[in-house]
Design a protein around this ligand. Structure first.
Ligand SMILES: N[C@@H](CCC(=O)N[C@@H](CS)C(=O)NCC(=O)O)C(=O)O
Length: 192
């Protein structure tokens, strides 16, 4: 299997963790915006090639990898909602980040203010629903891993603060001590 993506993408990071956990043979093909534009209909990373199969979104990739390894993907409905909530916040945060590079910010757009508010509301909700964070254990669920990938990326890119969210802080601290999560931090490139 070939996972195409960048070392900084939080969506790619989640897939890399799942692939490592699966024990399946795979390689990460470093892929930039130019290459994703011509190689995937979404013009986004990650995408995965497994023989004839092309998967164009981290969610289908995660499900495929989990199922091939005999594991499940978000089987618990609450965990699935946590996964989706974190993904929604991540989509908004990445969108704001990329638009800012083009000089477009919430200061000049009501819709982008709404995107910002969405992220904060999602953080609050996730913080409340993770009241049992001290009991979480390995293997972490995909909902929990998604929250970790969101927080870690957003802090790395200085997109948000989790100072007021004690459960989110504790979750990230726990995940940072998990070797596969630590080894895929966005600051770590191809050289390790
Ligand atoms: N829904 C997609 C989102 C992936 C995504 O947004 N990837 C970003 C990189 S972190 C990207 O490639 N963006 C390029 C663009 O928006 O043109 C997934 O879960 O795989």
């Amino acid at each position: 299997m070939q996972l195409h993506g960048s070392y900084t993408s939080p969506y790619v990071r989640h897939c890399r963790i799942a692939l490592q956990q699966s024990g399946l043979q795979h390689e990460l093909v470093d892929t930039d915006y130019q290459q994703s534009m011509t190689q995937s209909p979404t013009a986004k990373v990650p995408f995965l090639r497994d023989g004839e199969l092309l998967l164009t979104d981290s969610s289908s990739i995660l499900r495929h990898v989990r199922e091939r390894a005999g594991q499940s993907f978000c089987a618990d409905i609450r965990d699935f909602d946590l996964y989706l909530l974190a993904s929604t916040a991540l989509d908004s945060a990445v969108n704001l980040f990329l638009l800012e590079r083009d000089g477009i910010t919430p200061a000049t757009s009501d819709y982008l203010k709404r995107q910002q508010q969405r992220i904060e509301q999602c953080l609050q909700h996730m913080n409340q629903s993770l009241h049992h964070v001290a009991e979480l254990q390995q293997p972490y669920t995909d909902g929990v891993l998604r929250v970790g990938c969101l927080l870690s990326w957003a802090l790395f890119r200085e997109r948000l603060s989790i100072a007021g969210h004690a459960n989110l802080q504790q979750l990230l601290q726990q995940l940072d001590a998990y070797p596969l999560f630590a080894a895929t931090h966005p600051s770590i490139g191809p050289g390790g």
